[in-house]
Write a protein of this length. Sequence first.
Length: 120
Amino acid sequence: MRIRLPVLALIGWTLVVWVGRIRNIVADDDLSGLGRAWRLGAAGFFVAMGLVVLLAWWRRSSQARVLLGVLAAWTVGWWSVRGIGILLDPNHAAGFKVVHTILMIVSIGLAMWAWARRDG
């Protein structure tokens, strides 16, 4: 079972986006306590899942497809809820909404592409 381009694209995108998010969370002096913790937990889960899927595929684990499914479903679910929430929140500036809409579209698109092409 070779790793496919769509799977690699999803893993790479996930790691870039969420490692960047962790950097932003750590640098944000306005965040503290529970606010920082839940954001780090969510971002950490994405990074961990990306690495777990990569490792499973590299080791040719029989669980690689299941783990990819978890990452893809979590990605679609997260962005379906959080991305729409950002769009509807009047407290976010237009630029913030544009950036997060792009992140949402690319993330969901890559998750669906990776899942559809997982076998070939």
